[in-house]
Write a protein that binds this ligand. Structure first.
Ligand code: HEM
Length: 143
């Protein structure tokens, strides 16, 4: 039954598909009990501007469209100064993203976009939460 349902879903194939995914994802983010406040209160995101940037971002990742020129790492580092981005926030972000993808799509690109989101979230956390300080020889682990 589950497999049958999965087969009825299509893969992410066009920019229109990406728009659907991004719109639905941020609807869920806006209504989330843990992370919504970062978007609605801390940052007061202008959705008319943010959503098209996110279409470009994901279109670039999936279809190498060359449409995104931003610097998400810098933006999230700055955001972390405004509100400490905890590991559980990242976990919730990734959870909502994966759920949205799975509810709407099924296929190679659907799997790929989830993998990319998770690995970017991992790198962001390493850079922002300095989980890799020990690699650069900074004290902390042993003393
Ligand atoms: C704790 C998790 C996260 C939070 C709370 C968060 C929050 C935000 C906020 C508030 C903005 C700014 C919107 C604005 O001011 O216009 C933003 C932008 C953005 N986020 Fe995140 N984010 C998170 C994780 C991620 C992850 C994992 C990715 C990528 C997979 C990502 C990709 C982006 C991109 C591409 C932008 C737009 C940057 C630009 O304007 O060029 N975010 N995020």
């Amino acid at each position: 039954m589950l497999l049958q349902l999965a087969k009825m879903k299509k893969d992410i194939e066009t920019r229109k598909d990406i728009e659907l995914l991004v719109n639905e994802f941020y609807e869920r983010v806006k209504n989330d009990d843990l992370i919504a406040f970062i978007f609605t209160a801390v940052r007061k995101v202008d959705w008319n501007k943010h959503l098209p940037v996110m279409y470009d971002f994901w279109e670039n990742i999936l279809f190498q469209s060359g449409t995104y020129y931003g610097n998400p790492m810098a933006l999230h580092k700055q955001l972390h100064q405004q509100v400490p981005l905890k590991q559980e926030y990242f976990q919730r972000w990734v959870y909502l993203f994966d759920q949205t993808v799975d509810d709407l799509f099924y296929g190679e690109n659907a799997s790929l976009v989830k993998k990319r989101a998770s690995s970017i979230a991992e790198v962001m956390q390493m850079k922002i939460l300095h989980k890799n300080d020990f690699l650069s020889g900074k004290p902390g682990l042993t003393n």
